[in-house]
Design a protein around this ligand. Sequence first.
Ligand SMILES: [Cu+2]
Length: 119
Amino acid sequence: MRRLPALAIAALTAVTATGCGSSTEPSPTPSGPVKIAVRIDGAKILTDDARVEVKRGQRVEFDVTATGSGELHVHSDPAQAFYYKPGSSSFTTKALTVPGIIEVEEEDLHKTIVQLAVQ
Ligand SMILES: [Cu+2]
């Protein structure tokens, strides 16, 4: 498994440090979820990273801001699906325990949102 480019790690760190902005959670620990901000504007999907590193056993929190509603698919085994509505919503996956690349898709748009590199 290749290492992520330094830029991706820097961007991920920035996202993690910023969080969702509305909570007063304690500083993130290694066992806390990886946070990924996702913006869905019509058929356009915006995320900071194409691929995000996740430690084995870690969960992933998606903070979704969308103009419409839809379905976010995490192609883990078993697959996990989350429904979002217009506005802001967030979802946390179950712990991802199987190493490998997991695709996260917007099911209605048939677009990849991000890849999770579990290792
Ligand atoms: Cu899918």
